[in-house]
Design a protein around this ligand. Structure first.
Ligand SMILES: [Zn+2]
Length: 421
């Protein structure tokens, strides 16, 4: 039995929480003594729909274990692992390997299946076999690559609809982004870098939404980045499309001006856009047009990242400061509240990812919790639990600190220290 005393809930209510086994047994006044949690906010464990773990194939950048530790440090109790490992997670065998390999860790790791074999974009992967496997995959994505072939996308949406799955699309028109290095516009011209047009993202989102509407299929838009993309998703939702959208911490708070430094830590796919886009993304997260924050945690070794801009890999780590960015954008700004924070960090990603467990903070629910000190301010350091250091927020001060993470009634992080690995 774990007893947590003097917590605050998202609603502002003060309570104690008793955890019996893996289940919340009481929320209210506990007569038992326990761990004093004064000043801490009790939130449902965070759920990340978009993590890159790099194992198998790229273990110098991240392993399942190091990624799991980074996630627990950030308050996550469930993460969805993208399919672009090597070999690619495009078969029942590959997704079952990940489910099995991670089953003893104090975090739930859900495999995402590839949409096309080898992420090559030529033929569909074994979607139904992955869905029917022991890993019970429901989310499919070629993330890193776009399923740009319209016929393939149509087939994938049709097939996933049949078994209640969805396609998470990395929306990037390949022919419009050959050699692209940063957001297209005046700054790209000034810096002499090949631009990445907003239209390359928006045209694919528009096409996929029209397919989803026509087929009554479920589409999830990964990491949208432009004001125009927000308009399209808003339109689609008004039309009744079964579409959801995510935004990353870095696209909410950072913008293309950072590329002036030519520091590859700011090189990411899709690219950092204009400050105006970041402002619109934040508003859309507040008003619900954007459903969730997803990290797109993309660790890269020093060798791949600490070199000249042109040759550096795309991507940023994100698991350990996503909650702080969400707090900054939703709470510190005064634009929203902790109930909305819980939606974007936990309940809505769980719903989109079709997790079976009830993660709400209620008696009888699974005891997955993140206990956060919202009053703390901390300076982000590049040294994290990830094997990689490519953190674009390093040196910045952000609000909030995850003090404890509890997964199924077990501390995966306690008093600021990750408890496994
Ligand atoms: Zn992506």
């Amino acid at each position: 039995m774990i007893v947590l005393k003097n917590l605050e809930l998202a609603s502002g209510e003060r309570v104690d929480i008793e955890i019996d086994g893996d289940t919340i047994a009481l929320i209210g006044n506990s007569k038992l003594s326990g761990i004093d949690c004064s000043g801490l906010l009790a939130l449902p464990g965070f759920v990340d729909l978009h993590t890159h773990l790099r194992e198998p194939g790229f273990e110098e950048s991240e392993t399942v274990l190091s990624g799991a530790r980074s996630a627990a440090a950030g308050g996550y109790t469930t993460i969805f692992a993208m399919a672009n490992s090597y070999p690619v997670a495009d078969s029942a065998e590959a997704v079952e390997w990940l489910a099995r390999h991670s089953s003893s860790l104090p975090i739930e790791i859900r495999p995402i299946g590839a949409v096309t074999k080898g992420l090559a974009g030529d033929e569909l992967a074994e979607l139904r076999a992955m869905a029917n496997s022991a890993a019970e995959v429901r989310v499919f994505s070629d993330d890193g690559m776009c399923v740009s072939d319209e016929q393939l996308m149509r087939q994938a949406l049709t097939l996933t609809r049949e078994f209640g799955g969805l396609i998470a699309q990395h929306s990037q028109h390949p022919e419009q982004t050959v050699g692209s290095q940063m957001n297209a516009g005046a700054l790209a011209i000034e810096l002499g870098l090949v631009g990445w047009p907003a239209a390359a993202e928006e045209q694919i989102i528009k096409r996929d939404i029209e397919l989803a509407l026509e087929l009554d299929a479920q589409l999830h838009v990964c990491h949208l980045t432009t004001a125009g993309a927000v308009d399209i998703v808003r339109w689609a939702k008004a039309k009744g499309a079964r579409v959801t959208a995510e935004v990353t911490p870095h696209h909410l708070m950072l913008d293309e001006e950072l590329v002036r430094s030519y520091d590859p830590v700011f090189k990411v796919n899709p690219p950092l856009r204009r400050a105006e886009d970041a402002r619109v993304l934040s508003e859309a997260l507040v008003d619900g047009t954007i459903d969730i924050v997803a990290t797109d945690h993309a660790p890269h070794s020093q060798e791949k990242k600490e070199c000249e801009w042109q040759n550096a890999a795309f991507g940023m780590v994100g698991l350990e400061n996503a909650a702080s960015v969400a707090q900054e954008v939703l709470i510190e700004s005064g634009a929203s509240d902790w109930n909305r924070f819980v939606e974007v960090m936990s309940s809505k990603p769980a719903e989109i990812g079709k997790l079976n467990a009830d993660l709400s903070l209620a008696v009888g629910s699974l005891a997955n919790l993140a206990l956060v000190d919202p009053s703390e301010r901390r300076t982000i350091t590049p040294q994290t639990h990830s094997k990689s250091r490519n953190n674009p927020f390093r040196g910045r001060e952000l609000p909030g600190k995850v003090v404890h993470t509890i997964y199924r009634g077990t501390f995966s992080k306690r008093d600021g220290e990750v408890q496994f690995g």
